[in-house]
Structures are given as C-alpha cells and as structure tokens.
Design a protein around this ligand. Structure first.
Ligand code: XMP
Length: 515
C-alpha cells in the first residue's frame, strides 16, 4: 500500500520484536520489521520517521554477532536501541560493553536521572518505575557524546541518549507489559522524537487498499478461496468493496466443517451480496479419506483434493487473472526470529500451491496486518461479531480432530460434541478470551455405565489454549464448573460418548491440534 509514516524496526532476533511493531501500531503509527542486515540504502528508500534496533540473544562480542553498519546512525533519522540494540549502538559508537556470563532476567527498578524526551512526563526526577530486563552484557563506558539518563541497581546505564543527536538506548524492554512505562516511552519516541502523527488506522487502511485494488485490477477478474475464517472473509470483503462482481469467491465444503458451518457462512456472505460459488464436495473428500489413518496422509489428500477442485471450479468462471489470499504479516515478516517450527512438523494446508499451479497473480491485501488489525478491518467492513471473533480453524478441518479413520459416523459424533463446547464457551464468556477451543474424537473406546447398563463407547478430548500466535500455547485454566458442564452435556447429549478428558498439555512439546 502507499506509504504512511513509518517506523522501521531492525530485528536482531529477540522473541519480542513482533511486540515492538504491535505496540507502535497501537499508537496508530505504521511500523515494519526488517532483518538487521537489510542494506542501509534500502532503509533510506523506505523514508522511515524513526528506526528501532530490537533486542537479541547475542553478545556484541560473539563471532558473527548481528550488526548494522554505522551508516544507520547517519541517516538523520532518530534511532532507539532496545537491549542488544542499545549495546550495539554503544559498541559501534565507541563505548564499552562489558561481557558477562550472568544474565539479568525479570523485573528491575528503574531510576530516571533526567527528564529528557524519551522519559517525558514520567519524572518528576528522581522517579522509579518497574521495568523488564533480559540481558547478559551491560554498558560500562558510554560512547563519546552520550549521557546516562536512567539507572537500575544492577545497571548503571539503564538508558542513554546522545547529547545532540536523536539517538537513544534503553537496556530494558519497553514493548513488554511488565514494563509499566513501556507505552509512554515508545509513544515519546514515536511522537516527540520522530515527529509522527497518529494517522495509521483501519479506516484509512480500508480506503487506501480499496483504491489500490481498483487501480490494479482494472476490468480483470479475481478469484478467492473462501473458508469462512476471519482472514479469507475479510480479504473477500475488501476486494468486493473495490471491484464488486468482478470477484468470485469459491467456497468448497469439504465435508469436514463444523456443525452448521457451511450454512452460517453462506447465509452471511449472501447477505453481504458477495458473489459466492459454492461447491459441496463432501462426498469426494470423504471417499478419498476412506481407510486412511495416518495424519500426514490425511493432510496431503485434503490439500491435493482441494487444489484439484478449486482448479476445476475456477475453470468454469472464465478468464481469471488474480488470486486473492488472506496472508497476514506474521507469515511474511522476513526476520531472524520468527521462523517457527510448525510448518515442518505438520504439512499445513492453506491455499499453498494454488498460485503456481494456476499461474495467477496474487493479491494479498492483508499482508501488512496483524490478526487484531484484521479483526478491526472486519469491523470496519460490517462483519458480524460472531465471524470476526471466530477462532482459527485448520484447513483440513475436523479430519485432523477425528483421530484415525474419518467416517461420516465419527464426524457426526465430533460435530455434536464440538457444538456443545462452543456453545458453553460462548455462554460463559470464555470464547473471546482464549485462542482456540475445540473437541477431539479419540480413536479408542472405554467402558462406562449408563443407567444399569455397561457401555463401551467413545472418548472426547476437550482442548482449550491461550496463545498469541500459535507458535507456542498453554492450556487454559478454565473454571471447574465450566469443565464439568461441558463434560456433563457431551456425555448426556451426544450418543456414543461416555467419557470426556481435558487436555492439559502446552505447546511445545505438544501441538495445538492433535494430528
Ligand atoms: P499446531 O497443531 O501446529 O497448530 O500447533 C497451530 C495453529 O495452526 C492451525 N492449523 C492449521 N491451519 N492449515 C491451517 O490453515 C492447517 O493445515 C493447520 N493445521 C493446524 C491450528 O488450528 C492452530 O491454530
């Protein structure tokens, strides 16, 4: 999209780099993450209003430690170094960083020594604040022209600034919630020091992107694979806003959707007057899955079948030039720290191979957005709350939640159990608070007693996790009475189930889905 005011974040591998970008965007200023070694000419061409050097696990003395060229400080653009970013600034500008094998990790008390721009409004001096530290090395000697602006009991230079130029450093992490004054510091940097205005919001995003899509597409046709999930639906709505009936959304029902899902999604899309091409391919998928138990085989079969059907259906639409996809920012950040393991652990089925197979040009209107921003765009475009707040749902659908062979009978049991989970999660207000919640049908049967009769029936596992990006997750500490209600209802209402378990594994070492 055309260029809003921008803060460029250079990533040195910290786990919290993505958080810096989010915090800046929450201030309504656009920010982008780039790898630390992006050439300085490219940074210049981005015309940033400010540059943030992230933290990272290295020591400036490590062999091959990530570095920027000193030219970054000569662009005339304000720079804020965070943790490793501050140590690197010190090292590059002639100060001394002391190597330490000992890591300081956790809360620390910060004493502000000077009411300068970055700490504006946070003094009267002396003021102390709780901050979050995570570092090994520390600064022993400031570079020429710099002064210390804050200290902590273990860190004589907990913050610094250049006396004449807009170069700042903080040893702690302003981007994490444990640093109480973190947002004030980032806000001071972005507005007071870089001079940004608060102009990045989803309303202007929608306006700009709509205009750009219209210009790019002209009179050509666009297709889009719609799953009813937030990302693909928002993508379709945006493109629909730009070019209306030139967009055809292909919605493939693979027979692996949740209870009533296809009907709900379809009726909503029709209400919004989207051009939807609905294909009920349930039989096709289910017959291909017959007798298959291996999770990877199931995933591959579903992925390939989907591509085939999509191609066939697209062929019926006539000449198409573009394929729209709901790719999000975390998938495109070329950074050193976000190469997650999940893609190699399970072959994820999104609309992967489609553009290559079909020789279509891609339109990815959400590729600059985080998930929460996509939801805001959805709100902006009038999507109902229920759809906006839907939990992520995997492309292979219930096939990877019916463990072992997928049959219509087993799918039917899972659908009923899953619907109860969702109903209770929503009724108790927990649905919006968690990342995902769902039922899994296990491939075993256990003995129970119902009335006076022995039963030998299925087991349902209930999984509910908290996460920010699905790379790591923890099981949710749900109240016992809610767990009890869900278990009771499933056992009483779903025929064929006599036992419910709650999954209390975190990721890693488990994964979110069971297959
Ligand atoms: P795992 O099980 O790898 O899941 O911890 C991480 C997140 O990804 C979702 N998931 C998928 N999403 N296609 C998708 O689009 C897939 O094949 C797929 N498999 C898992 C999962 O629901 C969780 O949010």
């Amino acid at each position: 999209m055309s260029s809003p005011e921008k803060i460029v974040i250079l990533d040195f591998g910290s786990q919290t780099t993505q958080l810096i970008a989010r915090r800046v965007r929450e201030l309504h200023v656009y920010s982008e993450i780039h790898p630390f070694n992006v050439p300085v000419e490219e940074i210049k061409a981005m015309s940033p209003k400010g540059i943030i050097l992230s933290g990272g696990p290295s020591s400036v003395y490590d062999e091959g430690a990530p570095r920027v060229g000193p030219a970054v400080f000569e662009l005339g653009v304000p720079v804020l170094g965070i943790c490793y970013g501050m140590q690197l600034t010190t090292h590059l500008m002639g100060g001394r960083v002391e190597r330490s094998d000992h890591r300081e990790y956790g809360h620390a008390r910060l004493s502000i020594l000077e009411d300068d721009h970055i700490f504006h409004g946070l003094a009267p001096v002396p003021a102390t604040h709780q901050v979050w530290m995570s570092h090994g090395d520390r600064i022993e000697e400031l570079p020429p022209g710099f002064k210390a602006t804050a200290e902590s009991p273990t860190c004589p230079v907990a913050a610094m600034r250049h006396e004449e130029r807009p170069i700042y450093g903080v040893q702690f992490h302003p981007e994490v919630v444990h640093t109480e004054i973190g947002n004030d510091i980032l806000s001071n940097f972005v507005f007071r020091i870089c001079g940004c205005t608060s102009s990045w919001d989803m309303h202007s995003f929608v306006e700009t992107v709509t205009r750009e899509i219209k210009e790019r597409v002209g009179r050509d046709r666009v297709i889009c694979a719609l799953s009813g999930g937030v990302d693909s639906t928002v993508t379709a709505l945006l493109i629909n806003r730009a070019i209306g009936k030139q967009l055809t959304c292909i919605f493939v029902n693979n027979g692996l959707l949740r209870k009533n899902e296809a009907e709900t999604v379809l009726s909503f899309l029709k209400e919004l007057d989207l051009n939807v091409h609905y294909v009920d391919a349930s039989e096709r998928f289910l017959s291909k899955l017959k007798g298959v138990e291996d999770p990877e085989k199931k995933r591959k079969i579903i992925g390939n079948e989907f591509i085939q059907i999509f191609e066939e259906e697209a062929g019926k639409i006539g000449e198409v030039k573009y394929l729209a996809q709901g790719t999000l920012y975390p998938d495109v950040i070329e950074s050193v720290s976000f190469k997650g393991p999940s893609a190699t652990i399970k072959s994820h089925h999104n609309v992967g191979g489609l553009p290559e197979v079909m020789k279509l040009e891609l339109i990815e209107p959400l590729r600059e957005l985080f998930k929460d921003e996509v939801r805001e765009v959805g709100e902006e475009l009038g999507m109902p709350e229920d759809l906006i707040w839907r939990h992520p749902f995997p492309g292979p659908g219930l096939a990877i939640r019916v463990l072992g062979e997928v049959t219509p009978e087993r799918l039917a049991i899972l659908r009923e159990a899953d619907a109860i989970v969702l109903e209770e999660m929503k009724a108790s207000g927990w649905y919006r608070k968690v990342w995902q919640s769902f039922a899994v049908l296990l491939p075993i049967r256990t003995v129970g007693v119902m009335g006076d009769e022995r039963t030998y029936d299925h087991v349902v596992a209930f999984r509910c996790v908290d996460s920010v990006d699905a790379m790591t997750a923890d099981w949710t500490n749900l109240p016992y009475d809610l767990l009890g209600r869900i278990s009771n209802r499933i056992i009483n209402e779903v025929r064929g189930v006599n036992r419910v378990c709650y999954d209390i594994s975190s990721k890693p070492p488990a994964t979110i889905e069971w297959e």
